[in-house]
Every structure is written in C-alpha cells, then in structure tokens.
Design a protein. Structure first.
Length: 343
C-alpha cells in the first residue's frame, strides 16, 4: 500500500427537498383543506477516525464526496425521505484543514472521533404548515435549503510515542528493524527511507510506537533533499531520538544540522525532550568504548552509544525512551486534571 499523508477533497452536502402544495380531495368531504407534506432533509458529510488505516491513499482515487438530497414532500401529509449521509473514513491522527491549508477545522486524534464537515439543508415546509384562520387554502410551500459545498485538505500526522531523527544513513531504519517487527528498507546509500515507517517496540511489559521518518539534510526547511514535510509525523511524539552516525567526518556539524532544521520547522519540535545517541559504534572497534565521552567534550550532548546491528546499548536507550514517555504521559494527565478542577 502506498503512503499518502496529504489529500485535497471536495465535499457537498445534500439539499433539502421542497415542500408540497396539495389539497385533500375525497368524496363527500366539502372542505378538504391543504395536506402538502414537508420535503426531506439533505444528507450531511462527516469525517470519522477509524481503525486499520495509516495512509490517505484512498482519497487519491476518490476526491469528490456528495451526500444525497432530500426528496420532495407529497400530498396526504407525506414527508419526503431524507438524504443519506456520507462519512469520510480517515486514519487516526488526521487533521482537517480549510481550503487555505492553514485554518484547522478538526483534529481527529482519537479513535472514533467524528466531525460534521457540511450540514445538509432542511426540507421545505408543505402548504399544510401555512394554514391559518385567515388563510384556509394556502397555495405555496417552502423550497428546501440549498446544499453546502466546500474544499478541504486532509493531512495525516501519525500517532507515535517516539520519533527517530537524524541525517540520511544515520541508522534509523536499522534501529527500528532491530527493535520492532517493522521491516523498513535498509541499504548503504542515503534516502532509502522515502516515507515514514511505524514500529511497535516492546519494553518490559509495555509497548510503544516508534516512527522513523526520512533523513534530514542541511536546507531541508527550504526543500533540500526530501524536505521537512515528514516532520509533521513526529509532532505528536513525546520524545525524539536523535541518531548520529559514528562514521561521519563531522559529527558536531551533523548534530547542529539536525538541531537547526528542527528549529526552522517549528511546531515545538525543538523544545521536545530529545535523547542523543551515537550509532554504529561497532565500526569503531576498541575506540567505541569511550566515543561518547569524546563527543561530549566536543560539545555534542551524547547520552548513549549504541549499535543497531549488534544491539550494544540498545536496551539502555529504550529504557531511557520509556522513562521520557511515561513522564510526558504523567504531565499530560496532570494538565487534564488541572483543567478539569473547578474551585
């Protein structure tokens, strides 16, 4: 299945059905009076976060969604049938934006979240509604309300607990493959990861979701390489794991490049808790033992030295990641309690 995280969609609700102008005509009833029924209500357009989806690829093949209009009212006080609703089934974590791609309409970040995107028009009143003591035989009815038509954007931000960042070939995909059941593409050339990958990592008796995004390079915020469009998928992460290639000739420069790109992107990424780990220390031989201390002396705040291939240092790194995630969840819970407390 191809990965798609941005889609433009055209939606239109249903129009309300017009009311009916009708009069009761039966034998031996001299004054039948009006009996026109109301028109049916037009269908609504909804969006709902459902399980089992992690891409917006379905919206590449169907971009127009129209709800059915309500049916006409009929005589003998019969109301028209309402139009069927249309529901856009989207992955959890989908943001719905207005046509300007800036105004946020809704953020469906929980399974089962629903939002009304376009309300169907109400059906028109039949002439029965207009009968009065001074107007015994009204000969007019209301038309139904018109439909609502709009253009929206769907933008997917994956739901993950931790996100992997780093330059191309920093070993992010290898780390994800070694710690989870995910099978991302791994090769010895840059940009082997072309779209985000998710993996479920087990730590003790808990599980966390880790997101691996395509590598960043200098100038990614200006569109260099694959750009920074995939950074949105780690905006919801509680912690970032910054992997550095131990075989690089300029590790301080590599570290600063990622910091600058996170700062340029915004979205609070630069302020998220970050764990800095130097990867591929198995390639350094005997010199790998003290490599983290050497980097710290050079101004790179490395906290872990690991090898995604051999597994060296990986359990300790995962424990540190879990500690940050639990702390973030505790802060979120406390914030909810504070907001709900009423003095």
């Amino acid at each position: 299945m191809k990965f798609l995280d941005l889609a433009k969609v055209y939606i239109r609700s249903g129009a309300g059905g017009p009311g009916s102008v009708s009069f009761r005509r039966e034998a031996f009833i001299e004054y039948g009076g009006p009996d026109g029924g109301d028109g049916g209500k037009g269908g609504d357009v909804w969006a709902e976060a459902v399980d089992g989806l992690n891409t917006l690829i379905d919206f590449r093949y169907q971009q127009h969604f129209r709800a059915r209009s309500g049916e006409h009212g009929m005589g003998r006080q019969r109301s028209g049938k309402g139009g069927d609703d249309v529901t856009l089934r989207v992955p959890v974590g989908t943001e719905i934006l207005d046509e300007d791609q800036e105004t946020l309409i809704a953020d469906l970040e929980t399974l089962g979240d629903r939002v009304l995107l376009a309300k169907g028009g109400n059906g028109g009143w039949g002439n029965l509604h207009f009968k009065s003591s001074t107007n015994q035989a009204p000969r007019h009815a209301n038309p139904g309300q018109p439909w609502v038509e709009r253009t929206i954007w769907l933008r997917l931000k994956l739901i993950a607990d931790a996100g992997l960042v780093g330059l191309p070939n920093a070993g992010k995909s290898t780390f994800l493959a070694a710690t989870s059941n995910a099978r991302p593409k791994i090769a010895d050339y840059p940009f082997t990861t072309l779209h985000p990958n998710l993996g479920v990592v087990g730590i003790d008796d808990r599980e966390i979701v880790v997101a691996d995004i395509p590598g960043l390079i200098e100038g990614a915020s200006d569109g260099a390489g694959l750009g920074d469009r995939f950074l949105g998928h780690i905006e919801r992460c509680a912690v970032l794991v910054h992997l550095i290639d131990a075989t690089s000739n300029d590790i301080p420069g590599d570290y600063q490049t990622i910091c600058d790109e996170l700062e340029a992107y915004g979205g609070g990424l630069a302020d998220k808790p970050r764990i800095i780990a130097v990867n591929k220390i198995d390639t350094l031989g005997e010199g790998g033992a003290d490599f983290a201390e050497i980097l710290r002396a050079e101004g790179v705040p490395v906290t872990h030295a690991i090898s995604g291939v051999t597994g060296h240092g990986v359990p300790e790194l995962l424990c540190a990641v879990m500690a940050e995630i639990l702390a973030a969840r505790q802060r979120a819970t406390q914030t909810e309690l504070d907001d709900a407390w009423v003095p």
